[in-house]
Design a protein around this ligand. Structure first.
Ligand SMILES: O=C(O)C(=O)C[C@H](O)[C@H](O)CO
Ligand SMILES: [Mg+2]
Length: 403
């Protein structure tokens, strides 16, 4: 049995910050786990280095479930994004090690493929409806079958999901949090126009998605859902904050637009009511922030009972290690729905060489043993950590709002 002899945290910033855990075993096998929590990276790095790694040394790396329970119950302080991201990193690394020892890709350890590939969705954004549609057409021509649409809101200087002209969209953009201004009224007017234009330009053979990013009240979300129903959205994401899981029942009473939520969730307890009451259609909890492959499988198994499908978060602040893990998971989980895909920069791809691939709107994790991702530590060391915060949002009268 491979015994854990050392582990270390690697922080690198090839354009944006990533925190990676590398675990090494006495037989020379190593495993990688992503531990990136956007805007709060160093808290997880410290949690791992100061509180988790010392407890891993000497343990049998094959005892994935036991180590998961040890870190979760053993901390006494349960749940929370920092704890669950740290546990996720350990969990991913242990699955990587098990796969390498077995000589099998992780999806084979999870029961094998139940589909040929994972359908992924791309991001189309632009300051205007026209720019957004043009971007969506480019994605369609590259083969994507599902596209998320976000456009600028007239009268607002910036909008979630929309890049500044000529730049890639990266929300963690300030050494201190930048402040954005939000108007629900202005936003609610433009989105139906965006979807109408998209159907006109792209037709009906493509899935269209939209992220509300927690900005509406439940009844406003019900209204927007109704307005978008004629354009058959694939999903409306994060319509309202989900600390109160019952809020989604109210949205459901007013619209048949499919609902997705959960990129900020970190445990099954965050979505238990949402799933059991069938208040959502897609659960977006992700491997890196929700306790790793081990815990996400538990969430998916609960969701399967209620015909809720997965739709894992996959923004660029999730490293290629998470992307690979998500694809192994997605390939093998019965109730997979869709996977978000926001390609990383060439610098990030060079730091994390990987075997996953995209073709015809689908992604496949590849067949290398383990997760199929490595880290070039020498290259990683050339990119120093750079503090970066996610923005905050205020209403036009100055009231702090959800970003
Ligand atoms: O990709 C999405 O759906 C997001 O909402 C991206 C988030 O804003 C981003 O991951 C925050 O770190
Ligand atoms: Mg989102």
């Amino acid at each position: 049995m491979p015994k854990i002899v050392s582990a270390r945290v690697i922080v690198t910033c090839p354009g944006r910050n990533f925190v990676t855990l590398r675990i090494e075993c006495d037989d020379g096998t190593t495993g990688l786990g992503d531990a990136t929590l956007n805007g709060r990276e160093l808290s997880v790095a410290s949690y791992l280095t100061d509180h988790v790694i010392p407890c891993l040394i000497g343990r049998d790396a094959h005892r994935i479930e036991d180590i998961w329970q040890y870190l979760y119950k053993g901390a006494y302080w349960r749940r929370g994004p920092v704890t669950m991201t740290a546990i996720a990193a350990v969990d991913m690394a242990l699955w990587d090690i098990k796969g390498k020892v077995a000589g099998l890709p992780v999806y084979q350890l999870l029961g094998g493929a139940v589909r040929d590939g994972c359908m992924v969705y791309a991001h189309a954004n632009g300051t205007s409806i026209e720019d957004t549609i043009a971007e969506a057409i480019r994605h369609r021509d590259r083969g994507y079958r599902a596209i998320r649409l976000q456009c600028g809101v007239p009268g607002l200087a910036s909008t979630y999901g929309v890049a500044k002209a000529g730049q890639r969209y990266e929300p963690a953009d300030g050494d201190l949090p930048t402040e954005a201004v939000w108007s629900t009224e202005k936003y609610m007017r433009i989105v139906p126009q965006l979807f109408a234009a998209a159907r006109e330009a792209l037709g009906w053979d493509i899935h269209l998605l939209h992220d509300i990013h927690h900005r509406l009240t439940p009844i406003e979300a019900g209204r927007l859902g109704r307005d978008l129903e004629p354009y058959r959205p694939f999903w409306l994401e994060d319509a309202t904050p989900a600390e109160n899981q019952d809020a989604f029942r109210l949205i459901r009473q007013h619209t048949t637009a499919p609902l997705a939520v959960g990129e900020v969730f970190n445990s099954i307890w965050d979505c238990k009511t949402l799933i059991e009451t069938q208040s959502i259609d897609y659960i977006r909890a992700t491997i890196v922030h929700a306790g790793g492959i081990t815990h996400l499988r538990r969430i998916a198994a609960l969701a399967e009972l209620y015909q809720v499908r997965t739709g894992c978060h996959g923004a660029t602040d999730l490293s290629p290690v998470t992307m690979a893990a998500a694809l192994h998971f997605g390939l093998s989980v019965p109730n997979f729905g869709i996977q978000e895909h926001m390609p990383h920069t060439a610098e990030t791809d060079a730091v994390f060489p990987h075997g996953y691939r995209f073709a015809d709107g689908m992604m496949h994790p590849g067949d290398a043993p383990g997760l199929g991702v490595d880290i070039d530590e020498d290259l990683a060391a050339t990119y120093e950590y750079k503090r970066a915060f996610l923005p905050v949002n205020r209403l036009e009268d100055g009231t702090l709002w959800s970003w």
